[in-house]
Ligand binder design. Sequence first.
Ligand SMILES: [Zn+2]
Length: 367
Amino acid sequence: MIDQLRELTTRLMLIPGLSGYEGRVRKALAAELTALGVTSKSDRLGNLMATLPGDPAAPSVMLFAHMDQLGLIVRKIEANGLVRVERLGGVPEKSLPAQPVLFCVGEGRDVPGLIANKSHHATGQDEKYRVLPYPELYIDAGFASAAEVLAAGIDVGTPIVYAPKAIALAGQRLAGTSIDDRAACAVIIEAARALLLIKARPTLHLVFSVQEEFNLRGAVTAAQALKPDIAIQLDLILATDTPEMTARGDVRLGGGPAMSLYSFHGRGTLNGTIPHPALVKLFAQTASREGISLQRSAHIGALTDSSYVQLLHAGVASIDLGFPCRYTHSALEVCDVSDLVGLTGLLVKAIASIDKSFSLERDDYPQ
Ligand SMILES: [Zn+2]
């Protein structure tokens, strides 16, 4: 399974899919589902959905991950052919200069460029340690005039992503663009492959959602249509095993999948997810029964669209699970493929064990 997960994650990482422009990723994932014999459909926002019917007496499950990625949008084309941008999603400005990027004009017509970094020989002492705000940055794609830019199909509003790349590091580690959240998309495909072989299981909806990096609400329309009892959201979990992160927790890359016990984001969002206790118990017990090491995470500063999905209808029992990830939202995120294997195994065993006796009554301090 590790080779399949590495191969599929890598392949998905190399497909550009800025929030609102997920079509190419959607096409690739729909093809993966078709290869599994699963029919999928999409809604008007672009969410890709498939249902594996199961025991109707058991609570239904929506397993989801976002297929979009963060990036930039063309804001202004300068007369000299340089391009100014807006940010889309949580793009860290300090990771932008000297990055290669890709203007997504259309398959086969995409245009490479780079985010300029002022020549070092002209950089003053006072500028050396300063992070440039994005309005001061510009993209150089080799054009000498605005007319040349437009002729290449680039205009105000054109989506831009980090130039897609994937690098195999030592051991099972993988670096590159949009590991967030293509790694989780790959996990869903592999979990579905295994769950299709299991007869006794609940109805399972697979959702590859859109616009998570934009407004965290793309999955909402899918959940409204599917009306699941349980929502399991897959995304990165912050790895805290590098020097600058140690005070935040004990999540190790390669230490196994992780479960979020608390997320919150207060900068204008005021939302987060406190997981349903029955799901915390389900995953903790499944992990210990199956000998899978399950790490725990609780921190402020990030959230996922489970925060919004949980509030639908009479409430959807929700939880965030994921894989440890380093250097998030930069062009070179790092994960360990062995964690994706552990996450897939955990999901398969836990979901298969949800039957009609599975209670979503709240017991806030389960044994
Ligand atoms: Zn994500």
